[in-house]
Write a protein that binds this ligand. Structure first.
Ligand code: COA
Length: 390
C-alpha cells in the first residue's frame, strides 16, 4: 500500500519551471528572478508576462501585451446586468467566481484545446489569457459600485493595470504613490508554486476544461480562510487585541486553546515569508508619507509578531503574506472583503501560467486513496434495518 501523506505534504504534483521557493532561506523567485528584485524594478504587467512566457520581455513585447490588456477591459453589458442581479450582501469572491465562469458563455472556443484545426489562425491560449487577466480587476472594481446601487466606473485605456484598478475603484484620478503600492502587492501575490488554488488549476486544466472553468475553480479554492481568505481575518484579530501591550497575553490565551493565529504559518516557509518583509516595509513607507499618522493595527501587528517569534518561531511559524497585506489595503481604504479578490486578480497571472504549462504536457489527474470503509457486503433490504418506518 502506498503511504498516505495528509495534505500531500512534500508530494510533487507536477514538474514546473514557473516559480521556486526555498522555505529555509525565505526565498521566492519567478522564473529565476527574486521577488525582491521584481518588487523593486518591475510592474505587474511585466511580472505577469515573465510568468506566462518564461523570461523578462523586451520593451516591444511588453508594449504589445500591455496594449492588449488595456483593450480588453470592456465587459459585455449582459455580464454587467447579471452582476446587478447578484445580492449586494454576497461575498465578492463568490461574485468573482460567477463572473469569470460566465465568460465561458460569451467567449466559447474550448474546442481549441482538443482540435487545433477547428481554431486555425487563433492563438487561443494567448487570447484567453489576455481576456481573463484584463477583466479580473474590472469585475472586482465594477462590483464595488454595483453592490452600492451605482453604475460601474468605465475603464480607461490610458492607465496602467494598477492605476486603472484604482481609478475604477474610486472614480478618481489615481494617486501614483498608491498605484505603485498596489502594483507591488500585485507582483508579490502573482505566483507561489503548487499551493491549494494552483493545484486546483492543475487538476481542472488536466481535464481540458475551458480556462474560465479553470479560473473559477482556482478562485473558489483561494477563497478559503486557510488560503487567501486569511488576510481578511488578520484585521479582526488585530482589532480584537486592540493594544500592543495586550498582544502577549492574547497570544498565550489563543495558543492554550489551540487556536490559529491568522496570517502566520506556511507549509513551505520555515522562516518569515519574504513577501511579508516587503509588505511590512510598504506599510512603514505609507506611515511615513502620512507624516506620523501611526496605524494602531501596525503597532499591534509588530507586538504580536515579536511575541509569536518566541512561542511559534521554534515550530517554524512566522508571518506569511497575509499578515501585513490587510493593514496596507485598509490604509488604502479598500474594504476588507475585497482583499482576497485583489489577491485573486494578481494570482490569475500564476494560475494562467500553470494552465499553459499543464496543457503543454498534459495527463489527467487521477490520484488514488487509502480506503477506510466497509468491505463489500450484501445489500440490506429496508425491512431489515429497524427504525420507525411503517
Ligand atoms: N497559529 C498557531 N499555530 C500554528 C499556525 C498558526 N497560524 N500555523 C501552524 N501552527 C502550528 C500548528 O498548530 C502545528 O503545531 P503542532 O506541531 O504543535 O501541532 C505546527 O505549527 C505545524 O502546523 P501545520 O498545521 O501542520 O501546518 P500546515 O502546513 O498544515 O498549515 C497553514 C499551513 C498556512 C494552513 C497554517 O499555518 C495556518 O492555518 N495558518 C493560518 C492561516 C493563514 O494565515 N493562511 C494563509 C497562508 S498564506
Amino acid at each position: 500500500m502506498n503511504e498516505y501523506l495528509p495534505g500531500l505534504e512534500g508530494v510533487p504534483a507536477t514538474r514546473s519551471n514557473i516559480s521556486f521557493i526555498d522555505g529555509e532561506q525565505g526565498l521566492l523567485a519567478y522564473r529565476g528572478y527574486s521577488i525582491e528584485d521584481l518588487a523593486e524594478n518591475s510592474t505587474f504587467e511585466e511580472a505577469a508576462l515573465l510568468l506566462l512566457d518564461g523570461d523578462l520581455p523586451t520593451a516591444d513585447e511588453l508594449a504589445v501585451f500591455d496594449d492588449q490588456l488595456r483593450r480588453n477591459r470592456r465587459v459585455k453589458f449582459n455580464i454587467r446586468e447579471m452582476m446587478k442581479h447578484l445580492p449586494p450582501s454576497g461575498h465578492p469572491m463568490d461574485m468573482l467566481q460567477s463572473a469569470v465562469a460566465s465568460l465561458g458563455m460569451f467567449y466559447a472556443g474550448r474546442e481549441c484545446l482538443t482540435d487545433a484545426d477547428a481554431c486555425e489562425g487563433l492563438d487561443y491560449v494567448h487570447e484567453m489569457t489576455v481576456k481573463i487577466l484584463a477583466r479580473m480587476p474590472v469585475f472586482v472594481t465594477m462590483w464595488e459600485h454595483i453592490r452600492k446601487g451605482y453604475d460601474p466606473v468605465p475603464p480607461r485605456t490610458d492607465l496602467g493595470f494598477a492605476e486603472n484598478f484604482l481609478h475604477m475603484f474610486t472614480g478618481e484620478e489615481p494617486d501614483p504613490f498608491l498605484a505603485r503600492i498596489l502594483d507591488v502587492c500585485l507582483i508579490l501575490h502573482a505566483e507561489h508554486t503548487i499551493n491549494a488554488s494552483t493545484f486546483a488549476t492543475l487538476v481542472t486544466s488536466s481535464t481540458l476544461a475551458s480556462p474560465y472553468a479553470v479560473m473559477s475553480a482556482s478562485i473558489g479554492t483561494l477563497a478559503g480562510p486557510l488560503h487567501g481568505g486569511a488576510n481578511e481575518r488578520v484585521l479582526d484579530m488585530l482589532d480584537d487585541i486592540g493594544e500592543p501591550s495586550r498582544a502577549r497575553t492574547w497570544l498565550d490565551r489563543k495558543l492554550e486553546r489551540k487556536e490559529k493565529i491568522w496570517g502566520m504559518g506556511h507549509r513551505e516557509y520555515k522562516v518569515k515569508d519574504p513577501r511579508a518583509n516587503i509588505l511590512q516595509r510598504l506599510v512603514m513607507e505609507f506611515m511615513e508619507r502620512r507624516q506620523g499618522h501611526v496605524s494602531k493595527r501596525m503597532e499591534v501587528a509588530l507586538a504580536l509578531e515579536e511575541a509569536a517569534a518566541e512561542r511559534l518561531g521554534p515550530k517554524g511559524v512566522y508571518p506569511n503574506v497575509d499578515y501585513y497585506s490587510g493593514i496596507l489595503y485598509d490604509m488604502m481604504d479598500i474594504p476588507v472583503d475585497q482583499f482576497t479578490p485583489i489577491f485573486a486578480v494578481s494570482r490569475t497571472a500564476g494560475w494562467l501560467a500553470h494552465w499553459r504549462e499543464q496543457l503543454g504536457d498534459n495527463r489527467i489527474f487521477r490520484p488514488t486513496q487509502v480506503y477506510t470503509g466497509e468491505p463489500v457486503r450484501p445489500y440490506r433490504p429496508m425491512a431489515e434495518r429497524g427504525g420507525q418506518g411503517e
